[in-house]
Write a protein of this length. Structure first.
Length: 139
């Protein structure tokens, strides 16, 4: 079913791979609209959630509760450091978190525990830019 939408999903996948870090469906849709692909926002939403379900994209919730997606270069379970200003994303392993999650789950009698841990902050260039802007504003 929906064979005719395959190229659209493929185009969404490419746009996601080109994106710098985690992006929302709206952001990706805006990019695709600039290219005049005619791909609608609803299609972008569907394609993204399909890619995430298939394990071809990472998905997470921003602190504002918005769903964000990224084509990840790392396979398997991992975590992210995400700049909330420019979207720069670093894939990280977090062995402490794995150990803590296992320990905490089994302490409470939970099995098959999963977790999602991502760190949002400001990358160094963005933090420097912000500090410079604040410096000139107060001068
Ligand atoms: Zn990732
Ligand atoms: Zn940044
Ligand atoms: Zn983990």
């Amino acid at each position: 079913m929906a064979q005719r939408n395959t190229w659209q999903r493929e185009r969404v996948r490419e746009a996601l791979a080109d994106a710098r870090g985690f992006v929302s469906a709206q952001t990706l849709h805006a990019t695709l609209r600039e290219e005049k692909t005619g791909i609608g926002l609803a299609t972008v939403y569907r394609a993204l959630s399909g890619l995430a379900t298939a394990g071809d994209a990472d998905s997470l919730q921003s602190p504002e509760g918005e769903a964000l997606y990224r084509a990840c270069s790392t396979e398997g379970h991992h975590h992210h450091l995400i700049c909330r200003s420019c979207g720069l994303t670093v894939e990280i392993e977090a062995k402490d978190v794995e150990a803590w999650a296992q320990r905490t789950a089994s302490l409470h009698g939970f099995s098959e525990a999963e977790h999602v841990v991502d760190i949002f902050g400001l990358c160094t260039p963005c933090a420097n830019r912000r500090a410079a802007a604040e410096g000139s504003a107060s001068a």
